[in-house]
Design a protein around this ligand. Structure first.
Ligand code: ITT
Length: 199
């Protein structure tokens, strides 16, 4: 089975990607690969940050790997917090402070349109490939639910009445940005490598 190191320190991401991948690819966590480092995200775009994270791990291991960077983009705030999603309210990277800041910035605005965007960067046999996944939705007026992570309690995916925070991981995974980007990663392998099949 094709093995890929997932260059992330976020356990929620690992769980969601592992659930989406099933037994089609073997995802190795940084911990399993024996790597303990903070991977910097210094760039101004999700694409550059994803590339940077994958390159860091590829340089260390020389192995096939992927990473992803995700941002919440709110239309009426010109795409804020976007690439700054993790540190929106400060270096502490505190999810509840980030969501509170976003709710304050939006105030009573009627235009609450937003989207999650995930960019995966795969490095395979030394070549780089990018895959994008988008989930459209809107920002709730107050947090709801304790499921998921990050901004999930205030994000209502399009066509739903509940936030991601009120959904199970399976429900979120059916429609999420991360699932869509991961499906493209899997499609890449099913097209290019015979041992990665659907199912
Ligand atoms: P890495 O190790 O992969 O970099 P990270 O936690 O730093 O993990 P990101 O920079 O991609 O991840 O995350 C940016 C922010 O967006 C961070 O505050 C997350 O909590 C939030 N976020 C990412 N994916 C999310 C999702 O599916 N639902 C809710 N919030 C999410």
């Amino acid at each position: 089975m094709t093995e890929l190191i997932f260059a992330t320190n976020n356990a929620h991401k690992v769980n969601e990607v592992q659930a989406a991948v099933g037994n089609r690819l073997k995802v190795i966590t940084l911990k399993e690969a024996g790597i303990e480092i903070e991977i910097p995200e210094p760039y101004d775009t999700l694409e550059d940050n994803a590339r940077g994270k994958s390159r860091t791990i590829h340089q260390i291991t020389g192995k096939n790997c992927f990473s992803e960077d995700t941002g919440l983009e709110v239309a009426s705030l010109n795409g804020e917090p976007g690439v700054k999603s993790a540190r929106y309210a400060g270096e502490e990277r505190e999810p509840s402070a980030n969501t509170q800041k976003l709710l304050q910035r939006l105030g009573g605005s009627f235009d609450r349109k937003a989207r999650f965007r995930t960019v995966i960067c795969l490095i395979f046999d030394g070549e780089e490939f990018l895959f994008e996944g988008i989930c459209n939705g809107s920002i709730a007026t107050a947090p709801a639910g304790s499921g998921g992570f990050g901004y999930d309690p205030i994000f209502i995916p399009e066509g739903n009445e509940r936030t991601f925070g009120e959904m199970t991981m399976e429900e979120k995974s059916r429609i999420s940005h991360r699932k869509k980007a991961t499906e493209k990663l899997i499609d890449f392998f099913s097209t290019n490598l015979p041992d990665v099949k659907n199912g």
